[in-house]
Design a protein. Structure first.
Length: 683
């Protein structure tokens, strides 16, 4: 084999013999530009220009009008119909709406409003106004604010789109004490407008329709649970309307939640809705912040219900009773009103920690419902998922701003609790960002354990222990007394930071706590992973005096606030070192405290001989063999496991906050409440 040049541009390479290349085919002469142009023009003529008339564009491209042909789009048909009835109710012309689902697949919406006009349209002399509305895009009574001051329909396409996408649609209008009826199929009238006769006990519009399987697929039908939920949300949005629901029993087989009949009427509006949504949830504040205004500005009104809870926040917003799941300018106004209100309250109370909060921190665990009514709103697309009206932000911010300030000022305790809650969210966000930056910087570095940690030799967590001790002196004794194979020792310098009243930024900068977490191999809060814990038992070992008890309390508070799972999984323990050494002759015993000392003196030292009692000033003054015998040897020691009693989670949280939090008045109240129970005070 011969050497040949590398075909990819580099040095020599071994090559195999290739078959000779085939002769190239003769090239055809390219057509002249004039010939090609002439051919293209002859293929494209006026006959190729298609004109879609009436509602045919809707049937050809339903996605342009209702967002697609899936289940969501199918149920959007109901939204378009009930929105017309809601506009009549909001305008003050209707007091009830009936929604009926029948077994034959038809959905009927009835209101007692003014009824669609049935007189001849001045522009289309041979058609009634009803037929024009049902068969012509961009027709209706909502272009002029004299007819509807606010409405959900803007483009005059809603009901005509429903007509175009229905296999059959029937409209009845009770107006002027007479009943009229007309039927349609797939957008085309199948009858003329018919005057049925006189009627004296009814008014308004009834629309009965069935979705077209040619558009939505065979077997497509409305879901009772979804229609009921949509109807109920409308009742919450306008307390002045009553929605009467009925559904055929055949459609509810296997559905134990949706009722066959119901009357939906909620005078409390959005507040009732939010309270129902959060039933059973623990709220940050005891009251829902709710209100409404008829004139938030010269062009709109707003209603809201807002609270905070330990969960993922959400906002459900509406404009002119139309849901806006993608938010928009009205939600921007809500965010700014709440942020400014909390910051103003922080300035009023001198809380400097609130300087870091953002609108995202306020909304993280906020549950809110917001409804605005504005003239001629602008939406993004016909499905109206997002509000684009710039003025809506100002309307909402002005509507909510002052009431929120008054609500905070009226209840200082709840306002402070809410502010602290939001500040915690902000500090958590800052901590995560800082940890992300640290992780990014140290991603390629090796794990380096704290310098003062005397680690055990075994690598498996199972059966290993770490003793957290107070100071280098106690650490020295503990290191000599330990079993090197399974026991590690980490000395801490004095009292650690009280995490219950320190900000996240201060906590993140504390070197002692950083060393502790590094030694344990786990991170705080949502970064904690039990499988990463390097030791089976985490043992707090402090002096058996008041200072030692305080240090132990600070450490337990740290684990409870930053690593609650470590407690829940049974890894945290308290060592029980002795306070006294009692000896008589060749007999030596150790006492945990004064009561234990008195008990031992009475029961164990009754013989003759001088009794010597020594009080340990600290673990550092104990001989290593004494510390091992009394506190560290698994065969002889006593350990107290730290846990939370079932059913006392709320009590535990409140007690930690009361005794270790940043409110000294809470500790003062605790002392006053419990002073009568103190029988002995060691000063």
């Amino acid at each position: 084999m011969a050497e040949t040049e590398d075909l990819f541009g580099g040095g020599a390479a071994t090559a195999r013999k290739l078959d000779p290349a085939p002769e190239p085919a003769p090239r055809r002469p390219a057509p002249s530009r004039a010939t090609a142009s002439s051919s293209a023009e002859s293929d494209y003529s006026a006959a190729d220009i298609e004109v879609l008339e009436g509602l045919e564009p809707v049937r050809r491209r339903p996605g342009m009008y209702i967002g697609g042909t899936d289940e969501k789009a199918l149920h959007h048909l109901f939204a378009e119909v009930i929105d017309n009835s809601m506009d009549e109710a909001v305008a003050g012309h209707a007091t009830f709406i009936e929604v009926e689902m029948s077994a034959d697949g038809f959905l009927t919406v009835t209101d007692n409003g003014r009824g669609i006009p049935v007189d001849p349209h001045p522009k289309f002399k041979d058609k009634s106004a009803l037929e024009v509305i049902m068969t012509t895009l961009h027709s209706g009574g909502k272009f002029d604010s004299k007819v509807y001051e606010t409405s959900g329909g803007l483009h005059g396409v809603g009901i005509s789109v429903v007509n175009a996408l229905s296999e059959m649609l029937e409209v009845e209008v009770a107006r002027g004490k007479r009943l009229y009826r007309q039927t349609f199929s797939r957008g085309l009238p199948t009858s003329r407008l018919e005057a049925v006769g006189e009627i004296h006990n009814r008014r308004g519009t009834r629309t009965r329709f069935k979705p077209d399987e040619q558009i939505f697929g065979k077997g497509a039908h409305f879901k009772p649970a979804r229609i009921f939920t949509m109807a109920r949300s409308k009742a919450y949005l306008f307390g002045g309307v009553e929605i009467r629901w009925s559904c055929a029993a055949e459609l509810l087989v296997g559905d134990s939640v949706t009722p066959p009949t119901a009357v939906l009427h909620f005078p409390g509006g959005l507040k009732d809705s939010l309270a129902a949504d959060l039933t059973g949830e623990r709220m940050v504040t005891s009251q829902i912040f709710a209100g409404r205004t008829d004139k938030a500005s010269g062009h709109g009104a707003a209603e809201w219900a807002i609270t905070w809870f330990p969960g993922d926040g959400y906002v459900r917003s509406y404009c002119n009773t139309v849901p806006t799941p993608e938010g928009g300018t009205h939600e921007q106004g809500l965010r700014m009103a709440l942020l400014r209100g909390l910051k103003a309250y922080a300035d009023l109370t001198g809380n400097k920690r609130a300087a870091a909060i953002t609108a995202d921190d306020v909304m993280t665990s906020c549950a809110a419902m917001l409804s605005v009514f504005v003239r001629e709103p602008e939406f993004v697309g016909q499905t109206k998922d997002r509000l684009a009206t710039a003025e809506a932000a100002r309307i909402v911010e002005k509507a909510i701003g002052d009431p929120f300030d008054h609500w905070l000022a009226a209840s200082p305790q709840e306002a402070t609790r809410l502010l602290d809650w939001v500040i915690e969210r902000a500090e958590e966000r800052l901590r995560r960002r800082q940890e992300k930056e640290v992780n990014r910087k140290s991603a390629v570095r090796k794990l380096r354990l704290p310098g003062k940690l005397a680690d055990c030799s075994q690598s498996a967590a199972q059966g290993s222990e770490i003793f957290i001790v107070e100071g280098d002196s106690a650490g020295g004794s503990a290191k000599q007394a330990r079993s090197r194979a399974s026991q590690a020792v980490l000395p801490l310098r004095g009292k650690i930071l009280n995490v219950a009243n320190a900000g996240r930024e201060k906590l993140a900068q504390n070197q002692q706590l950083a060393d502790l977490m590094q030694a344990l191999g786990v991170g705080p809060r949502n970064q904690y992973r039990d499988e990463d814990l390097r030791y089976d038992k985490v043992i707090i070992m402090t002096d058996a005096d008041v200072d030692g008890a305080h240090i132990a309390s600070l450490l337990i508070t740290f684990f409870y606030r930053e690593m609650p799972e470590l407690i829940q999984t049974g890894h945290l323990y308290l060592a029980v070192p002795p306070l006294y050494r009692i000896s008589q002759g060749g007999k030596t015993l150790y006492a945990r405290n004064d009561a234990h000392k008195d008990e031992l003196l009475e029961s164990e030292f009754k013989g003759k001989g001088k009794i010597e009692i020594g009080r340990f000033k600290g673990l550092g003054e104990m001989m290593p063999n004494q510390l091992k015998e009394t506190t560290m040897d698994p065969a002889k020691r006593t350990l107290l496991r730290v846990g939370i009693v079932n059913g006392e989670i709320e009590l535990t949280r409140d007690t930690v906050e009361q005794l270790m939090g940043n409110k000294p008045e809470e500790r003062f109240r605790f002392i006053q409440d419990n002073a009568a129970f103190v029988t002995e005070l060691d000063i």
